[in-house]
Write a protein that binds this ligand. Structure first.
Ligand SMILES: [Zn+2]
Length: 270
């Protein structure tokens, strides 16, 4: 009898633990967080339905301009649900002036404009696709050696004209410097002739997370290829719209741009 009571208490305690929803990471603009919910839960984040991993993990990403609160709903397999309002910390962004860019790329002609629009559409479609394999669990490494020459979020003024904010991390280095896969994944785009981004690679890390590598001088992987963290995928260059050799490294959660430095801090290599 005593054994049965003890068993019942342990069972209840265990259930309470299993029902716990835990979110870790950085709830801030450009940030990323990983949540865990009871296996089989349905997750809805800002009206987007997310499929958690087989162990109940899910990934959340917050835009550079994310509102200060986000809606998270968790529908447990037992039919109960929980609603959480997440407070998202705002950040302050730098102003960055870039001069000396070819004027034709800053204000393109209509034909170039159409090619840029097609490139953007392709990138958006690639980012929206995702794999149900948690490759991101390898954690992330900085993909190249070099000086940080541009940070995430800065408001850009190109040749004196205000433009869209910078949504990646720029790592400057000599042409030919090797670029490594930041995490395990599958190459979801390897394209040499993009107008603004030049030789470009996207790697899919599962559950919405992608990394983007642009302005390369060489691509060493092909579409659909499986890569391990650290594999050489290309080399630093100056292709596309770039005013010097550097890697523009981007991290996205679907089409939400994340701060690569935050992702490196929240999800470090194992
Ligand atoms: Zn950049």
């Amino acid at each position: 009898m005593r054994g049965a009571v003890l068993f019942a208490i342990l069972f209840v305690a265990n259930q309470a633990w299993a029902d716990e929803i835990v979110i870790t990471g950085r709830l801030e603009q450009g940030g990323v967080a990983v949540g865990i919910a009871p296996v089989g839960s349905k997750i809805i984040f800002n009206s987007r339905a997310l499929t958690p991993t087989g162990t109940g993990q899910f990934v959340l990403g917050f835009d550079r301009d994310a509102a200060t609160s986000a809606e998270l709903e968790i529908k447990r397999p037992d039919g109960t649900s929980e609603h959480r309002q997440l407070a998202i910390q705002p950040r302050k962004w730098a102003i960055e002036r870039v001069k000396g860019l070819p004027q034709a790329l800053v204000t393109p002609d209509p034909a170039t404009e159409a090619r840029i629009a097609a490139d953007n559409k392709l990138m958006a479609a690639v980012r929206e696709r995702t794999e149900a394999v948690p490759f991101y669990e390898s954690g992330f490494i900085r993909p190249a050696e070099g000086r940080i020459s541009g940070v995430f979020g800065s408001q850009r003024i190109l040749n004196g004209v205000p433009r869209a904010p910078h949504v990646g991390l720029d790592i400057a280095g000599p042409v030919g410097t090797p670029i490594h896969a930041a995490a395990d994944g599958i190459v979801s785009l390897a394209k040499a002739d993009m107008v603004l981004t030049g030789q470009s690679v996207v790697i899919e890390h599962g559950f919405g997370l992608d990394t983007v590598y642009i302005h390369m001088s060489a691509i060493r992987v092909s579409d659909g290829q499986r890569v391990k963290q650290g594999d050489v995928i290309g080399a630093i260059g100056q292709s596309g719209r770039a005013n010097g050799p550097h890697l523009h490294f981007g991290v996205t959660w679907f089409n939400t741009r994340l701060d690569p430095e935050t992702v490196l801090a929240v999800l470090p290599a194992k």
